[in-house]
Design a protein around this ligand. Structure first.
Ligand SMILES: [Zn+2]
Length: 382
């Protein structure tokens, strides 16, 4: 037995975001929408033509641009209250994972009596939810198709809201919104998406044939276009492949959750404020090597996806897969050592202690990770 869920509708197309007013009007009949985003994205003026399109279609737009990375609970609450006060009938999340995560919570709580504080955990969201449209502007998190929102509730503590009510009604993938992404952001977010696909494919408990198919195709698209988007950012075809790949990986890991790469990456982000994608890139090689005794056959299968003419034994193919990922990381110039982001040997025990708190993710890893293993993995990555 297995279960698979995803969003009901996805639309992909160059400049399709300019048609958001029609897409929304034909589905939800709204006169006022809330756009949930961050100030940096708004400052690029990328949203101006979209807002203008809403205005000329007679739809009023309330813009909340207060989203920040790793959004604190106070920001989420502010977004909910302001959207409620503005009387918005539809919520549109536009940006990276943080903006889309906040948009999920705004849609879930702006029209509901329930308090956010009572919704942390799994399947705790109740009440009416506003229609939700997600528009990613990076190709990485897959948040447009996942039912999870992460909120920073303390200094470094994070809580998740996981609920089928957080699935968007519509995901709109417009590669033209990603053409201007800097190479380093494209590299980090793209590798994060690849990690989603790899970890979904080796997910211990919920791996299933549908998530497997999505993960394989995600990895094929992402690995085939990553170098291109980092060296020639305006390549629309490559940007489209990355957006679709990140979404497919999102659909895969929403159903077959990620494991130790993410578990060990979270403390790096939480304590040292290293971006999520880069944190994952730093831990990818050591964790995959560690997983080999348990997951070599699966890595060999993934090798055939990224290197179609790979030959040799299962073990040789699995090693070819690891080498391929290392070469790709080097080609896009992403940091691969913890020392490059300022982490010292003395920080390793604290990182390992924090990683062990991520049992929610560690249970999905193909090989058990002990505290001693975590210490060794971080030391290897220094
Ligand atoms: Zn991730």
């Amino acid at each position: 037995m297995f279960e698979f869920r995803t969003v009901p509708e996805v639309i992909v197309g160059e400049s399709i975001s300019l048609q958001l007013p029609e897409l929304i009007q034909t589905r939800f009949d709204a006169r006022k929408i809330a756009l949930i985003t961050d100030a940096a994205l708004r400052a690029t003026h990328l949203l101006d033509p979209i807002i203008a399109a809403f205005t000329s279609a007679g739809i009023e737009v309330y813009v909340f641009d207060g989203v920040v990375a790793d959004p604190p609970e106070s920001v989420v609450k502010q977004a909910i209250h302001r959207t409620r006060d503005a009387g918005a009938e539809v919520v549109v999340g536009i940006g990276g994972g943080s903006s889309m995560d906040v948009a999920k919570l705004v849609a879930a709580f702006a029209a509901s009596e329930q308090d956010l504080a009572h919704a942390y955990g799994i399947d705790k969201v109740s009440g009416r939810r506003l229609p939700l449209v997600q528009v990613p502007t990076t190709a990485g998190t897959g948040s447009e198709v996942t039912p999870i929102a992460i909120v920073t509730t303390g200094e470094t503590t994070k809580l998740g809201v996981v609920s089928n009510k957080l699935y968007a009604d519509l995901a709109v993938l417009d590669p033209s919104l990603t053409l201007g992404l800097p190479a380093m952001v494209s590299a980090a977010t793209g590798i994060d998406a690849m990690v989603h696909a790899i970890e979904a494919y080796t997910s211990k408990i919920k791996k299933n044939p549908i998530s497997d198919g999505l993960a394989r195709e995600a990895l094929r698209l992402l690995s085939g276009s990553l170098v291109q988007v980092c060296t020639n950012g305006r390549n629309v075809a490559a940007r489209t492949n990355m957006l679709i790949g990140a979404m497919l990986a999102g659909q895969a890991f929403a159903n077959a959750p990620v494991g130790a790469v993410h578990a060990l990456a979270y403390p790096i982000g939480g304590i040292f404020h290293v971006p999520h994608g880069l944190s994952n890139a730093l831990m990818l090689s050591p964790v995959i090597r560690f997983n080999l005794p348990a997951a070599a056959p699966l890595y060999a299968e993934l090798a055939q996806v990224v290197i179609p003419d790979v030959t040799g034994s299962e073990e040789a193919k699995a090693n070819a897969f690891i080498d391929f990922l290392g070469r790709l990381a080097d080609q896009v110039g992403i940091a691969r050592r913890l020392s490059q982001v300022g982490i010292q040997p003395a920080d390793v025990p604290m990182l390992a202690e924090n990683a062990m708190l991520q049992q929610r993710l560690l249970v999905n890893n193909p090989r058990e990770v002990t505290f001693g293993d975590a210490l060794r993995l971080y030391s290897e990555a220094l």
